[in-house]
Design a protein around this ligand. Structure first.
Ligand code: UD1
Length: 421
């Protein structure tokens, strides 16, 4: 397994291109399963999770061509021959469950392994199952697989999510596109990736109402249009680099980054003393004068503070003047970065769902272990401002979600290199 060596060396300055959103691309790709019509996705990120979804779709019989060095994905599903998403692929990535809805809607059957993914809590799939059952599916769990059937096809239904779930909202939206009649989803997730999917379905010819609200209405259709659709910029990558810049008191333009995709995060960063402003090509982040201030943050479904930026925010707060209370409400074990940050000298106390971070004047480089995707990058951010060398082990998680991290940071003056395992 590769490692990353970071020598803390001060302010980042320059420009960083922001890639397409991993989480948007992962939900758009399975929409190919709805019909024979070609689906072309532009602005795709070059990440191992995208390769895993490619592999999964190909294992079902879909064609997925990666063009223009992976920036464009050409998908088509005219010859689906296999209705089983195998454990070997699904265990690598939880988003694999998103093939369940469209397969079931189109073919009336699908068998999907229960997913793996990041080790950040139980992450059940009950909402996906309950929602599809409300649409007429019969689903059993057998041998670690969800075995789903809808012999008479799926029917539109009204379903209220008892808890907001991004993945379950997406799965039901895609399934509803091919269900008979109208589906109304209440308490649906409102993440920008959901709006990106809704716009993709609309372009395919599926009437979708309530985009951006917590009630989505989807009219099932029987035929689809071939389309080309752009993946939105990655707001998690944007927020991560904004925090890296803030951490090193740097000044960087995030090309393609959009402040309006990270409003809540931007508000927290501004309160901490960071400046964010729109530019012609994206946004500029700088902290050129003054200290960082401790700010309290609580993760919540969109438009709240994203759980996927919690670890990075904590890394930043380890160097703030004063204290910061960071509360995680989405996942139950998402503080695995804390003992690793402590190895670098951070002062963090966990109490139930909250972490009290008392800022320290400096962090020191150490050997640390990447645990999940976002935790790994939080350690890289901490390392950029630490004194001495940090060796980040087990970085395969990073490659799931961050495209060319070392290259992007090096271009802004960071001393960072990958050591092949
Ligand atoms: C997606 C994102 C992930 C992000 C998360 C929350 C993708 C590919 N991944 O994950 O990066 O951290 O949203 O913003 O888009 N839950 C249930 N039952 C279910 C489904 C979920 O109880 O059937 C719970 C989960 O355990 C979790 C919460 O609901 O506590 C939110 O999970 P969910 O929004 O579904 O996350 P994902 O879609 O898996």
């Amino acid at each position: 397994m590769d490692s990353i060596l970071v020598r803390g060396n001060g302010a980042l300055s320059g420009a960083i291109p922001i890639a397409g959103a991993k989480n948007a691309c992962l939900t758009l790709m399975p929409a190919t399963l709805l019909s024979d019509e070609p689906l072309t996705l532009t602005n795709a990120p070059r990440l191992s999770d995208i390769r895993t979804m490619t592999q999964l779709l190909q294992s079902l019989g879909a064609e997925v061509a990666s063009l223009q060095d992976g920036l464009v994905l050409a998908l088509s599903s005219h010859s689906i021959t296999n209705f089983k998403a195998d454990y070997e692929i699904v265990r690598k990535m939880r988003a694999s469950i998103l093939v369940l809805g469209p397969m079931l809607a189109r073919y009336g059957e699908a068998t999907v392994s229960l997913p793996g993914g990041c080790a950040i809590g139980a992450r059940p799939v009950d909402l996906h199952i309950a929602g599809l059952r409300a649409m007429g599916a019969e689903i059993d769990i057998d041998g670690g697989y969800m075995v789903a059937r809808a012999p008479k096809g799926l029917k539109g239904a009204r379903y209220t999510f008892p808890k907001v779930s991004v993945g379950a909202t997406e799965n039901l939206m895609i399934a509803a596109a091919l269900a008979k009649g109208t589906t109304v989803l209440d308490n649906a997730a409102r993440e920008p990736e959901i709006a990106n999917l809704a716009e993709c379905l609309s372009a395919m010819g599926v009437p979708v109402g309530g985009i951006g609200t917590e009630t989505l209405t989807i009219e099932g259709v029987t035929s689809f249009k071939p389309i080309e659709h752009a993946v939105i910029p990655d707001r998690i990558e944007t927020g991560t680099y904004a925090m890296a810049v803030a951490m090193t008191a740097g000044d960087v333009e995030l090309i393609g980054g959009q402040v309006d995709l990270i409003d809540t995060v931007a508000a927290s960063l501004r309160a901490a003393g960071v400046t964010l402003e729109n530019t012609e090509n994206g946004m500029r982040v700088h902290r050129t004068n003054g200290a960082l201030h401790g700010v309290d943050v609580m993760t919540e479904p969109f438009p709240g503070f994203p759980t996927d930026l919690q670890a990075q925010m904590m890394a930043l707060m380890t160097r703030a003047e004063g204290a910061s209370m960071i509360t995680e409400t989405i996942f139950e074990s998402r503080f695995m970065h804390v003992p690793e940050l402590a190895r670098m000298g951070a002062n963090v106390t966990i109490h139930h769902q909250s972490a009290l971070v008392r800022g320290v004047p400096k962090l020191r480089g150490a050997e640390v272990m990447a645990t999940d995707l976002r935790a790994s990058v939080s350690l890289a951010i901490a390392a950029l401002s630490a004194e001495g060398d940090t060796m980040l082990h087990r970085v395969y998680h990073l490659d799931r979600g961050f495209e060319r991290l070392e290259e992007k940071l090096s271009a802004c003056g960071a001393d960072i290199e990958r050591l092949k395992g």
